[in-house]
Write a protein that binds this ligand. Structure first.
Ligand code: ADP
Ligand code: MG
Length: 245
């Protein structure tokens, strides 16, 4: 049986709208992410992908619903506890890498070990080297980001995301800033390295070729999963909208 690393149940999120109204953005989303697997999340602009990622990343909390990460229910936890869990259990990979330009690749990865449960100094260096080695950059630790190609910079960011062997890896258009030739290699590296460490990965993309490399694809439409919405539409005998075309 595969271990469920992240479990969302009935998550609702709304933003303040005009005249005190609330604008619903996530309408009762449920999903489970399993260790060693990758889920691609697709959806049009405005469908709620970024909102979902901020919730998955513990950067914002749902209005209602449940979020359990590797057995820990996050409901009602203090901001401090949430920040700790985030540093400890979640690895982020961003479209634009977000490496610190004045730090070497080694120190960029090391930075991820500065928060959360302290790691002994000696063990820290080993972990950083293991992580750089895993992305094929063991010999580039002393380089600064500007001395690396885009693909190499994203590999450093992957090493940074994985250095604590997180429960969950969240990637937002991780190959969106890379050229086509680099995309497949970097993505394969991300998915393979996350799987080897037993993480569950969710990646947001609009690139169908990227989505095809995941184990499954989830379509977000108007704050619901498309299949749920199809079922709801069938129930109410509505004609499917153009979003299903
Ligand atoms: P996506 O990433 O799929 O494009 P978002 O999650 O960014 O979608 O946005 C979903 C909806 O929520 C959009 O209609 C957007 O205008 C709205 N929205 C996003 N963030 C906010 C916010 N901070 N305040 C109000 N509305 C927001
Ligand atoms: Mg977005």
């Amino acid at each position: 049986m595969s271990r469920v690393m992240l479990d969302l149940a009935g998550v609702v999120k709304s933003y303040p709208g005009p005249q005190g109204a609330r604008v619903p953005v996530l309408k009762g989303l449920s999903m489970s992410l399993t260790a060693g697997t990758t889920s691609a999340i697709l959806g049009r602009s405005g469908s709620g992908k970024s909102t979902l990622l901020t919730i998955l990343g513990l950067l914002d909390t749902p209005d209602s619903g449940r979020y359990v990460i590797d057995g820990t229910d996050t409901t009602g936890l203090s901001d401090r506890r949430l920040a700790h869990l985030r540093s400890e259990r979640i690895g982020f990979v961003y479209q634009r890498f977000f490496l610190l330009g004045h730090l070497t690749a080694f120190d960029n990865v090391m930075a991820a070990l500065q928060h959360g449960t302290p790691v002994p100094r000696r063990r820290r260096r080993e972990q950083v080297m293991e992580s750089l080695d895993q992305v094929g950059l063991a010999d580039r630790g002393h380089h600064r980001p500007r001395e690396l190609s885009g693909g190499e910079q994203q590999r450093v960011a992957i090493a940074r995301a994985l250095v604590r062997s997180p429960a969950v890896v969240l990637a937002d258009e991780p190959t969106g800033a890379l050229d086509e030739r680099t995309t497949e290699g970097v993505l394969a590296l991300l998915l393979g390295a996350a799987r080897d460490r037993g993480a569950a990965t969710a990646l947001v993309t609009h690139d169908l070729q990227v989505a095809a490399m995941a184990d499954r694809t989830l379509h977000l439409a108007n704050g619901s999963w498309l299949d749920d919405q199809k079922a709801a539409d069938a129930d109410s005998h509505q004609r499917p909208g153009d979003q299903y075309a």
